[in-house]
Design a protein around this ligand. Sequence first.
Ligand code: RIB
Length: 333
Amino acid sequence: MAVSVRDVAVAASVSVGTVSNVLNRRDKVAADTVERVLAAIDELGFVRNDAARQLRAGRSRSIGLVVPDAGNPFFADVARGAEARAEDDRLSVLLGNSDEDSSREDRYLDLFREQRVNGVLISPATDDVDKLQRVQNAGIPVVLVDHELPGSTFCSVSVDDIEGGYLAVRHLIDIGRRRIAFIGGPSSIAQVANRLTGARRAVEEAPDATLELIEMPALTVLNGREAGEVIVGQPDRPDAIFAANDLLAVGLLQAFSMFGTLRVPEDIALIGYDDIDFAAATVVPLSSIRQPAQLIGHTAVDLLLRSIDDPDGDYERNVRFRPELVIRQSTSG
Ligand code: RIB
């Protein structure tokens, strides 16, 4: 097997990005590090992959990122992490917002192909493998962000949302709540469907617990507020809510303080998902299921560049992080 950039990095105890800098921008690297990397190159007999360099050479110094909601702080953090990794290789990130709309997504994919980006990161609005395969067949690597497409050849970086949904509802049951409502978005959003699957698994473990599903048109603060208005008016309202993301949870909190006398957590416990920065800053600090958003973005770019520089390398192509339960006032006491 050909010696890879990663092999050189390991031998010289530096990152793949540093090896890339020694090969492409030696002036940016400390002299002793350059010497160590060159020694490793000589010792291993590394020969740079000209096809990869040519591939990059024929590209703009950018990476395309398509997200379903640029207004969601979760994706802003994903983009920030992607930028941090891209800048290591002096690449820029071009951000496209699909608003969960497949035709908008197509326009951005076409634009990124015209711009000859090095690769595309995408949190897809649909599970349409064919259109992503067309991008990859055009020589532009695709990495799925916050999503997996089992059976496809795409690299992916995601979080186990089934485990995340289970953790959220298990926590509500552990604090004694039994009439639980799941405030979700369109079930076409895979992340939401997986969180609901996990929630159902937790309820199945507690025979005296029930799970009511309230599906909203979108995962936004406004939709959370509208769902909260409905719940405030329910005679047999739930005693706990799992919101499919923190934006919905923020809107629910607003509704409970604006339209009724429901106290959180006394009358109704509330947990969200993502653990965006606002979650800790809400009037009742929000419990949530944390996703490492910046790490997701950083890892996705790293995976993309490896797939260019070391297409046959020995590395994990489907990275899946574990969600983390973060307990705050909205489910305590
Ligand atoms: O895009 C909808 C949701 O899925 C976001 O809030 C984030 O949780 C993502 O994983």
